[in-house]
Write a protein that binds this ligand. Structure first.
Ligand code: GDP
Length: 457
């Protein structure tokens, strides 16, 4: 017999199931999930592009689109009608900029895409980061108009900055959308010039050539989003449409055959039956089946899974990447707190209050120095913490050490630091579990940096 901590299916002498093949059996043929962030200089046409794409894919009804058209006409801003699909509040509409990260879904042939729209305005960089920190892949939109590409690309423009930030947050696949090609008569030379200049920069920034693609489009006219019909473009371009190019992104692998990590984001009483308690959250890795016994960390107690529900439907098992509600029994759940993690009892998650992290500093006014008090936002937790050591300033994308033991880390730099958290929490290394190894750093109400856990002490 297995130890009381062993999974019940082991204790019952059932053969241990291979999560990857179980997944294929149950979910084979379902579309892979992909989080996409759209970045680029302000006015490059990000909102128009994605709004138009969503409309073409039937995510916005003709009736709704007509309403946006009428409203935008009334304000004399008809060129923004597609951008309105993504801009949620009236204030944003009146100002013609996107402030929040609006979320939308759409499907390609083989993938289900969650779109994290990012604003291009300088003031709102933290929102863009928020989107980028959740992204698997990114689209970088550039304006092909004469002089405009140059403005975005040269110093002060956000094209380079965004490409670097996205890369430093772990995104390695990038689609460059060469937009507004209608403004330059669908010029092949202009497309090639922009692709070449960006290509040289992106290679330097740590993107592999085979992980970057370039697509010519007009977000406003809709050319080459889902079909291409403009003779001046089809004359020289026969590559994929934007939708086809997005479809070719490699999806992140589900960490199926890894130890279970289930991060608890909500706790509530079970409505069916008097005993038991429900834990909502995301399964980051492994597979869970009903009757499994798992360890709650940092509590260090065993619970048993009674029921698994995805979107209110009971199911016998769930897999890495799923959002689920688990009904459990066992431990005194009044002791379980948000941010606790259910794990494979034989390989529990690390619990720590001291980490080393690679941090990307945003556009902050006050440089970060030793002893700087901050708040760590990690999963559903926010914890007081202190930056206790500045180990090095490092290159934004390659990670090479630029200076050891710097006195401070200024805006838009990257560094290696030591952080002391006010109490022990569950954490993993970024290289082992991407989602469990990254966090945001806030101070006086604004997000000042993003961090990736490089070492747990
Ligand atoms: P964002 O700041 O990057 O989200 O840019 P918007 O989508 O708000 O677009 C900025 C301006 O560029 C708006 O006036 C759009 O109508 C215009 N625009 C966007 N895409 C195109 C395009 O493909 N061609 C032309 N001619 N104008 C465009």
């Amino acid at each position: 017999q297995a130890s009381p901590l062993g999974r019940v299916m082991v204790a019952n002498n059932l053969p241990r199931l291979d999560a990857a093949s179980e997944y294929v059996k149950e979910r084979g043929g379902t579309k892979a999930l992909l989080n996409l962030v759209v970045v680029g200089h302000v006015d490059a046409g990000k909102s128009t592009l994605m709004g138009h794409l969503l409309f073409r894919l039937g995510q916005v009804s003709a009736k709704q689109m007509h309403k946006y058209e009428q409203e935008s006409k009334k304000l004399g801003k008809q060129s923004f009608m597609y951008a309105w699909v993504l801009d949620e509040t009236g204030e944003e509409r009146a100002r013609g900029i996107t402030m929040d990260v609006a979320q939308s879904q759409f499907e390609t042939e083989s993938k289900s895409i969650t779109l994290l729209d990012a604003p291009g305005h300088r003031d709102f960089i933290p929102n863009m980061i928020f989107g980028a920190a959740q992204a698997d892949v990114a689209l970088l939109v550039v304006d092909a108009t004469t002089g405009e590409f140059e403005t975005g690309f040269e110093s002060g423009g956000q094209t380079r900055e965004h490409a670097l930030l996205v890369r430093s947050l772990g995104v390695s696949q990038l689609g460059v959308v060469v937009n507004k090609l209608d403004m330059v008569g669908w010029s092949r030379d202009r497309f090639n010039e922009i692709s070449a200049r960006l290509g040289a920069f992106l290679r330097q920034a740590g993107y592999k050539e085979q992980d970057v693609f370039y697509v010519p489009v007009s977000g406003l006219s809709g050319e080459n989003l889902t079909i291409s019909s403009e003779p001046k473009l089809t004359e020289w371009y026969s590559g994929p449409t934007l939708l086809q190019a997005i479809d070719k992104f490699r999806p992140p692998e589900r960490a199926l055959n890894r130890p279970v990590r289930f991060v608890i984001s909500d706790i509530f009483k079970s409505v069916v039956g008097s005993s038991g308690c429900c834990l909502a959250g995301r399964l980051e890795s492994g597979m869970i089946q009903t009757t499994d016994k798992l360890l709650v960390m940092p509590l260090n107690e065993v619970i048993q899974i009674k029921n698994i529900a995805i979107n209110d439907n009971s199911t016998g098992s769930c897999f890495a990447g799923d959002q689920v509600v688990l009904t459990v029994s066992g431990a005194d759940l009044s002791d379980v707190s948000l941010g606790s993690v259910l794990c494979d009892p034989s390989q529990p998650i690390k619990v720590t209050s001291r980490i080393q992290a690679r941090v990307v500093i945003f556009n902050v006014d006050i440089p970060i120095t030793k002893g700087y008090p901050v708040v760590i936002h990690y999963q559903s937790l926010s914890e007081a913490a202190t930056i206790t050591k500045l180990i090095a300033q490092i290159h934004k994308s390659t990670g090479e050490v630029i200076r050891k033991r710097p006195r401070c880390l200024t805006k838009q730099t990257s560094g290696l630091v030591e952080i002391e958290i006010s109490r022990p929490i569950c954490m993993e290394l970024y290289k082992d579990y991407r989602e469990l190894g990254r966090f945001m750093i806030r101070a006086s109400g604004t997000t000042i940096a993003a961090g990736l856990v490089t070492s747990i002490m």
